[in-house]
Design a binder for this molecule. Structure first.
Ligand code: ADP
Ligand code: MG
Length: 697
C-alpha cells in the first residue's frame, strides 16, 4: 500500500502503543505523516574533531580518544562521575550527574566521544556525552549528517526518542525508493528547479551531503508556502468573481475637501487614493491593505475615501481599536469636514455611548442620514443596521481579535468594500501570508518638513538628567509623554508602577500639571485626562500603552518610555510615533535597566539607529520570529509553518506565490483535470485561513 495510506500502526518498529502516542502527540496517522516530520537539525558525523579545535559555541562534535582517569564524588542521588578524556594531545572533562551506576569506563580502550562541549575554567567539558567503544562503532554511525527529530515528553517516556523515530523511518527507505506520487506537478518542479518528492524525502531523512539536504528542505519549504499561497490566492480569485458596489463618481464633497486642505497631499497619498478609487469603480469588491508608517497620513486618506463613497450615495464606517482613538478620529474628521457644512454627517458610536443616545444613531444609519460612522467594535453589534453600507475601513487592524469579528452585513447582501489600515508597516513576507489575499497599497513617504525623532537610550540611573531635560522642554512650551508598560499577567504590579511613577513625577515637577490615563479607568475619565493634555492644560501625560495607537498631540515633543525592554519593537516604534508630529525637534528616550539581554540591546540599538518603520518591522521579524510578532499576532499566526520560516525564506515565498498565481490565472477555481492534485491536496491540508477580510463574519 502507498505510504500515504499505510496506517502507522503497521509500520515496522511501531505497534499499537507507539502508534497511539504518535497520533496524539504529533498527529501522525500514516507512514507519510511520519515522513513529513522533517528533522529539526543535523549533526555532521563524518567529521572528527581534535580537542584543540573546539570552539566555545560548538554544537555537537565527535572526538576519538581514551579515558585516562575518573572518580566519583558524593553518594546516592547526588553522585557525580567525572572523567578525563585524552585525544593524544589535549584533554577534556566528561561529567555524569544521572545514572552514574550505569556508566562503565575502561582504561586503555579507544572511544568515540559524542556530545556538546562547554567551557568552564579554561577546560572543555561534556555533560552526559555518548561514549562508544571504537570496536562497536558501525560505519553508519559516522556517515554523513545524522538527522534529529522533534519529540515530546510523552514520547520519550515510552522510548520514542529521535533515534527511535529514525529507526522507524529507516525501515521505510526501500518503499520510498520505489517512488512516491508527487504533490507538485512536474512542470512546476522543473520550472522552479525543485527536487521530486521521492528524492526530497530521501535527502531530507538520509542526506548524502549538506547540499542535497538543503535542496530537499528548500523543496519542502516551497511546497508548504505554495499550498498556503494557493489557498489564499484561490480565495482572492473566488472573491474577484463577486460583484461589488460601483462608485465611479468623484463628487463635490471629495473636491471641496481636497481644495480646502491646509497642505498638499504627498505623492504617495495621491497614488494610494488613485489605487483605491480604481477598485471602488471596478464593480468588484475591494479588499485592500493600506500600509504606511506612523504619521504618514493614513487618516486623511481614509477620510477622502469615505467621501468618494458618500459622493456615490453610500454610507461608510471606520472601525478603530480603542475608544480614545475612535474619539480622536471623530474630532479630527469633524475638523477636516467643517468646510463641507452639513453635506456630510459624521457620527460616533462606542461602548460608552448610552442606550438612549444610541437610538438616534441607529435610526440615522437605517434611514441613511448618517454618512460616516466612526466607532470601536461597538459597530459590529447586531443592533447596528445600515441603509446602504458601501465601504468599511478598519484602522490599526491588529487590535481586532478574531473573536471580535462579527457581522457587518448579512451573507446574501452585496459585501461592502474593505480597506484595512495597519498601524505600523508589516514585513513583506508576513504581509504576503497574513494579508496575502488583499491588494496592497503603500504610503512610502512622510509629509514634508518632518524632523526625524531623535532617539536616545539611557539606563534608569540617569533619571535626574532626563528630568532636567524634560523641564527644559516644558519651559520651551512643549509637552511630554511618560509611558509605562502594562502587561496583563502583572497588571496589579504594573498599575502600582504607574501610580508610583505618577507620584514621583508630581514631586519632581510641582510647578506643572500632570494627567494620567490607563486602561482600567472609565472611558469618561480617560477622555477627560486626554482632553486636558491635548488642550495643553497639562504638560505631562503619564500613561500605559493605551496611547500607543493613533493619538495625535502635535505639541508633545518628548516620549519617555519606562522599562523599554518590556516592549516589542513595533510597539516602541508606534509609541515613538506619538511625537514628531509638530514643527519642533522631538525626542524619544528609552529607559532600561543596566543589565540587558542581547536581544534587548539589539532592539534598543535598532530604535536608536532608524526611524524607518519598514526596517524596524523587518528587524522585529528577524529577532522574534513570525509567530510572536505583534499584529498578526495577538491571535497567533494564522498559518502553522512546519519547515518554512517567514523571517528567512522570503525568496522562496515569492517564488511559491508566483507559482500559485500562474496556476490560478489560468484556472482560478482549480477545476482543470491537470490541477486536480492541487485541489485534492488543499482538501487534505485544510489550511485554515482565519483572516478572511472579505467575509468578516
Ligand atoms: P497615521 O498614518 O499615523 O495615521 P495621521 O493620519 O495621524 O498618520 O497623520 C499624521 C499627521 O500628519 C496629522 O496631523 C495629519 O493631519 C498630518 N498630515 C497628513 N497628510 C499630510 C500632508 N500631506 N502634509 C502635511 N501634513 C499631513
Ligand atoms: Mg493613524
Amino acid at each position: 500500500m502507498e505510504l500515504a495510506h499505510r496506517d502507522i500502526t503497521y509500520c515496522k518498529n511501531v505497534g499499537a502503543k507507539r502508534a497511539d502516542i504518535l497520533r496524539s502527540e504529533l498527529g501522525v496517522c500514516t507512514a507519510m505523516d511520519l515522513l513529513r516530520q522533517y528533522p529539526y537539525k543535523y549533526i555532521d558525523r563524518s567529521r572528527f574533531y581534535r580537542i584543540a579545535e573546539l570552539d566555545d559555541e560548538d554544537t555537537y562534535v565527535q572526538i576519538v580518544g581514551e579515558i585516562t582517569e575518573w572518580h566519583t564524588i558524593g553518594i546516592g542521588k547526588a553522585q557525580r562521575l567525572s572523567a578525563t578524556f585524552f585525544d593524544g594531545t589535549h584533554q577534556c572533562e566528561l561529567v555524569w550527574f544521572k545514572g552514574v551506576q550505569y556508566v562503565k569506563l575502561q582504561r586503555g580502550v579507544k572511544y568515540l566521544l559524542f556530545g556538546k562541549p562547554s567551557r568552564f575554567n579554561h577546560i572543555y567539558n561534556f555533560v552526559h556525552p555518548e561514549l562508544t567503544p571504537w570496536d562497536k562503532v558501525t560505519p553508519e554511525m559516522t556517515q554523513g549528517l545524522e538527522p534529529y527529530y522533534n519529540t515530546t515528553e510523552k514520547m520519550k517516556r515510552i522510548g520514542l526518542n529521535s533515534k527511535a523515530l529514525r529507526s522507524i523511518i529507516v525501515e521505510m527507505l526501500p518503499e520510498i525508493k520505489k517512488g512516491v506520487p508527487d504533490t507538485i506537478g512536474a512542470d512546476v518542479l522543473q520550472k522552479y528547479r525543485l527536487m521530486s518528492l521521492t528524492d526530497a524525502l530521501i535527502s531530507v531523512h538520509f542526506p548524502k551531503d549538506t547540499l542535497s539536504m538543503q535542496n530537499a528542505r528548500a523543496r519542502f519549504k516551497f511546497e508548504e508556502l505554495f499550498f498556503i499561497q494557493l489557498q489564499i490566492l484561490r480565495q482572492m480569485k473566488r472573491r474577484e468573481l463577486n460583484p461589488g458596489f460601483s462608485m465611479p463618481i468623484v463628487g463635490t464633497r471629495f473636491h471641496t475637501l481636497y481644495k480646502c486642505l491646509p497642505f498638499e497631499l504627498t505623492n504617495a497619498q495621491k497614488r494610494v487614493i488613485h489605487e483605491i478609487h480604481d477598485d471602488l469603480k471596478s464593480g468588484k469588491q475591494m479588499n485592500r491593505l493600506l500600509q504606511g508608517d506612523v504619521g504618514s497620513g493614513k487618516t486623511l486618506v481614509a477620510l477622502l475615501c469615505c467621501l468618494l463613497a458618500v459622493d456615490n450615495g453610500y454610507q461608510t464606517c471606520i472601525m478603530a481599536p480603542t475608544e480614545i482613538l475612535a474619539n480622536q478620529h471623530y474630532e479630527t474628521l469633524k475638523t477636516f469636514l467643517k468646510p463641507l457644512g452639513d453635506t456630510v454627517h459624521v457620527s460616533l458610536l462606542t461602548g460608552s455611548i448610552s442606550a438612549k443616545n444610541r437610538i438616534p444613531i441607529h435610526n440615522g444609519l437605517m434611514n441613511g442620514t448618517i454618512h460616516i460612522l466612526i466607532g470601536t467594535h461597538a459597530l459590529l453589534e447586531d443592533a447596528v443596521q445600515w441603509k446602504n453600507l458601501g465601504l468599511v475601513i478598519i484602522d490599526e487592524q491588529h487590535r481586532f481579535g478574531v473573536a471580535q469579528r462579527a457581522k457587518l452585513w448579512t451573507k446574501n447582501q452585496t459585501p461592502p468594500h474593505i480597506l484595512v489600515m495597519t498601524a505600523t508597516p508589516i514585513p513583506r513576507t508576513l504581509a504576503m501570508t497574513v494579508y496575502g489575499d488583499l491588494q496592497v497599497s503603500v504610503i512610502d513617504e512622510l509629509p514634508p518638513g518632518r524632523k526625524p525623532v531623535q532617539t536616545i537610550h539611557y539606563s534608569l540611573q540617569r533619571r535626574a538628567q532626563v528630568y532636567s531635560f524634560v523641564r527644559k522642554q516644558i519651559q520651551d512650551g512643549r509637552q511630554v509623554y511618560v509611558v509605562y508598560p502594562l502587561i496583563k499577567e502583572s497588571e496589579k504590579m504594573d498599575l502600582q508602577d504607574l501610580q508610583n511613577g505618577f507620584n514621583e513625577l508630581c514631586e519632581a515637577f510641582p510647578e506643572y500639571k500632570i494627567s494620567m490615563v490607563h486602561g482600567q479607568m472609565k472611558a469618561a475619565d480617560k477622555d477627560l485626562q486626554m482632553q486636558r493634555f491635548a488642550s495643553g492644560e497639562t504638560q505631562i501625560l503619564v500613561a500605559t500603552t493605551v496611547i500607543e495607537v493613533g493619538v495625535n498631540v502635535p505639541n508633545a515633543s518628548v516620549m519617555i518610555i519606562q522599562n523599554a525592554e518590556r516592549f516589542g519593537l513595533s510597539q516602541l516604534h508606534q509609541l515613538r510615533g506619538r511625537v514628531g508630529r509638530g514643527a519642533d525637534q522631538s525626542f524619544c528616550i528609552l529607559l532600561t535597566d543596566n543589565e540587558l539581554t542581547s536581544d534587548t540591546r539589539k532592539r534598543m540599538d535598532i530604535m536608536v539607529a532608524t526611524n524607518d518603520g519598514f526596517r524596524i518591522a523587518e528587524a522585529d521579524l528577524q529577532l522574534r520570529g513570525p509567530g510572536d510578532l505583534e499584529g498578526t499576532m495577538q491571535s497567533g499566526t494564522p498559518f502553522d509553518l512546519h519547515i518554512a520560516n517567514l523571517a528567512t525564506d522570503g525568496q522562496l515565498l515569492t517564488l511559491a506565490r508566483q507559482a500559485a498565481m500562474e496556476i490560478l490565472e489560468k484556472d482560478p477555481l482549480l477545476e482543470d483535470e491537470m490541477n486536480r492534485i492541487y485541489k485534492h491536496r488543499l482538501d487534505i491540508l485544510r489550511i485554515s485561513q482565519s483572516y478572511n477580510w472579505g467575509e468578516i463574519s
